[in-house]
Design a protein around this ligand. Structure first.
Ligand SMILES: Nc1ncnc2c1ncn2[C@@H]1O[C@H](COP(=O)(O)OP(=O)(O)OP(=O)(O)O)[C@@H](O)[C@H]1O
Ligand SMILES: [Mg+2]
Length: 396
């Protein structure tokens, strides 16, 4: 980030040192490793102190990541002291920073996907596109037919993007890596690009794999154009993984799905790696009907006009998530209505509570009318138009 400012009327320019500092950190930490491996503990100690010093410098330059950098600096200082005290190879290795830490973090990103295509209401066209893509990727095919490596899912919040990614993984029986870009960045800041390489290496070993990058916008150029050096590096590593130059076992399926609510923030470099861009829109009337049915499963809906409810949802610009909240609210209205003393049950000991059962009755339109007042869509018509316009121009 380079920013301008004014001091006593004189324009001055502050230059971002994050990049060079991160490079210096990479260098010092790999020199530390080399020295440690060779048993040159004197040099290893010096390099560990260098790392700590550079991290303290970084903490000054990137206020938003100050704490993370300071913690890392302290870690390096501890390592340096251990090298000094023991000089023993074994103990130093135990305190080493990266690989072990990465491996366990990556293991934690592997999620079991329980979502099935039938759990997703509406989105027929989107589901068809995703299934096609996945089937093509999995089938034997002539060499000239290249499956998509990256698919971008974009659309308003709560429309089922995460569900679609999870259902794809479920139907393929693929290893599903659920990566939240901003979480990786805040945990591994300066090292997040190394984490991405490590992640793809595990994904290759465990193919077929689906790497799902949620909140992709955290990596992209934001409105202000203000993006940290660390995000830039993480993104460029990710893009080179997508280019596939590092893909040694190229016949194995590794599909990268990325989801965003703000596709207009993505720059050309990113878009060119995601030629398949799938719009996940707000549900139409028929989709709303299906989503209402999914979220009232097991309850008596015979007294409802689901069609009327669906029209109300469309009018209010509800997403699938809003509809799920609506159904929950309506269900609670029904439950409170027929279990007047529900709160008193809270005082019962658990054993007695276990033997009581909730009374229910069919859901009514009234339960829903009350619920509509509680659920507000965060969107305006203008927001929706913006998605549609972007879709016309860049989607496909
Ligand atoms: N099409 C749908 N069918 C059924 N349920 C849905 C649908 N879309 C959303 N939901 C409900 O809303 C919840 C949120 O959906 P999901 O996490 O997939 O949204 P998202 O598009 O990833 O949102 P965000 O952009 O905020 O990450 C789901 O857990 C589900 O309960
Ligand atoms: Mg999501």
């Amino acid at each position: 980030m380079v920013w301008k400012g004014y001091r006593r009327g004189v324009e001055f320019m502050k230059i971002d040192l994050t990049g060079p500092l991160l490079n210096a950190l990479d260098k010092a930490s790999s020199e530390f490793k080399d020295a440690k491996e060779r048993g040159d503990y004197k040099k290893a100690k010096r390099k560990a102190f260098d790392c700590a010093r550079i991290l303290r410098e970084l903490a000054k330059h990137v206020p938003s990541q100050r704490r993370a950098y300071l913690e890392k600096a302290e870690k390096w200082e501890r390592i340096a002291k251990q090298v000094e005290e023991s000089g023993s190879r074994k103990e130093v290795e135990k305190s080493g920073v990266d690989e072990e830490d990465f491996t366990s973090y990556i293991q934690n990103l592997i999620a079991r996907s329980e979502v099935r295509w039938s759990d997703i209401g509406g989105l027929d066209e989107v589901k068809r596109l995703m299934m096609e893509t996945i089937v093509i990727a999995g089938l034997q095919k002539p060499e000239s037919i290249k499956p998509w490596k990256g698919i971008l899912l974009f659309g308003p919040p709560g429309t089922g993007k995460t569900m679609l990614a999870a259902a794809s993984a479920g139907s393929l029986n693929a290893t599903f890596f659920n990566v939240k870009a901003d979480k990786v960045l805040s945990k591994y800041f300066g090292e997040s690009s190394k984490l991405v390489s490590a992640l793809y290496s595990v994904a290759r070993d465990r193919a077929p794999s689906i790497v799902f990058i949620d909140e992709f916008d955290a990596l992209s150029l934001s409105r202000s154009g203000d993006v940290s050096e660390a995000s830039r590096r993480m993104l460029s590593t990710l893009l080179s993984e997508l280019d596939g130059f590092q893909d040694k076992k190229s016949d194995r399926l590794i599909l990268t799905l990325a989801a965003t609510n703000t596709p207009w923030d993505l720059d050309q470099a990113v878009l060119s790696r995601f030629p398949r861009r799938i719009y996940v829109p707000l549900p139409d009337v028929r989709a709303c009907e299906e989503i209402i049915k999914i979220h009232t499963k097991g309850l008596d809906t015979s007294k409802l006009s689901i069609h009327e409810l669906a029209e109300m949802c469309v009018e209010r610009l509800y997403s699938g998530r809003d509809i799920s909240n609506l159904c929950q609210q309506a269900m609670w209205n029904m439950i409170r209505d027929v279990n007047k003393d529900l709160h008193k049950l809270a005082e019962l000991p658990y054993d007695e509570l276990k033997n009581k059962s909730l009374k229910t009755r069919p859901l009514t339109m009234e339960d829903f009318y009350l619920a509509f007042e509680k659920v507000k869509s965060p969107l305006t018509k203008k927001d929706v138009e913006r998605y549609e316009k972007w879709n016309e121009e860049f989607g496909g």
